[in-house]
Design a protein around this ligand. Structure first.
Ligand SMILES: Nc1ncnc2c1ncn2[C@@H]1O[C@H](COP(=O)(O)OP(=O)(O)OP(=O)(O)O)[C@@H](O)[C@H]1O
Length: 237
């Protein structure tokens, strides 16, 4: 167990989460009672075949979507008792989101993308420069931060997206297939940044992946099957 890890401190708990889309003949049970607990300083992978509900669960954990049944607790607060505004505030402050396609603004430099993220998170403008530079240095982009995304490699773009997700110092990062668009070397670089984040800052990370090589680099792998979660493996790091 590393210095910053405290799995006993539960940052997020999804409890018996069911999500139903559509109705009648078109009803889809994307999740059927999925339960998952995310401890501080833990790097977790969610795996499952296409359509098994990984993105649905990640969206619900990010409070971008609500369960049909069941609840998500955020550091002990019951998500079902929070208003949309409270959930938006909580997401902005406490969660960092990373997407497969990086989702950077193409006509802004890496630095400006991170700064824009800080503005959205409601961080006072006096702190933008320091926090953006810290985050970009952390992901190894200090010397490339004034380049536009099209001038950066895929790995550098995803590291910019990570810098944007961590600049406001969230407790939890949720990443939907963050390495899917990257070759194996760049994917490994991104995973090294994730490992360093959990080791040095105690951030918890939940990512979805299909890649067995990525699963080897995390603490826990959970499999989504039939809308429920089973443990695949749990390793001490
Ligand atoms: N907005 C929606 N409306 C209707 N059905 C949906 C909606 N979102 C997801 N679904 C369905 O819910 C199921 C789970 O989808 P989800 O995107 O969570 O799977 P996934 O495991 O992330 O798949 P992939 O690995 O292909 O990204 C699928 O059957 C999908 O078609």
């Amino acid at each position: 167990m590393n210095r910053m890890e405290n799995p006993a401190l539960t940052l997020l708990e999804a409890r018996s989460v069911t999500r139903v889309f559509g109705k009648g003949d078109g009803t889809v049970y994307a999740l059927k009672g999925a339960t998952l607990s995310v401890g501080q300083g833990r790097l977790i992978a969610l795996k499952g075949r296409s359509g098994s509900g990984k993105t649905t669960l990640l969206n619900i954990m990010a409070a971008l979507d609500s369960p049909t049944e069941g609840t998500v607790f955020y550091s002990g607060r019951d998500g079902s008792r929070m208003t949309d505004q409270q959930k938006n505030e909580m997401r902005k402050r406490e969660i960092g989101l990373i997407f497969q396609s990086f989702a950077l603004v193409p006509h802004m430099t890496a630095y400006e993308n991170v700064e824009f993220g800080l503005r959205i998170a409601g961080v006072p403008s006096s702190e933008w420069k320091k926090l953006a530079e810290q985050a970009l240095s952390f992901v190894g982009l200090a010397s490339r931060m004034h380049h536009m995304p099209p001038e950066l490699s895929g790995g550098e773009q995803q590291r910019t997206a990570i810098a944007r997700a961590i600049a406001h110092k969230p407790q939890l990062i949720l990443a939907d297939e963050p390495t899917a668009e990257l070759d194996s070397r760049m994917g490994k670089q991104v995973m090294e940044v994730f490992r360093e984040l959990v080791r040095t800052q105690g951030i918890a990370i939940v990512l979805t992946t299909h890649d067995p090589h990525i699963m080897e680099l995390v603490d826990d792998v959970y499999a989504l099957e039939d809308g429920r979660i089973g443990t695949e493996s749990s390793k001490e790091v």
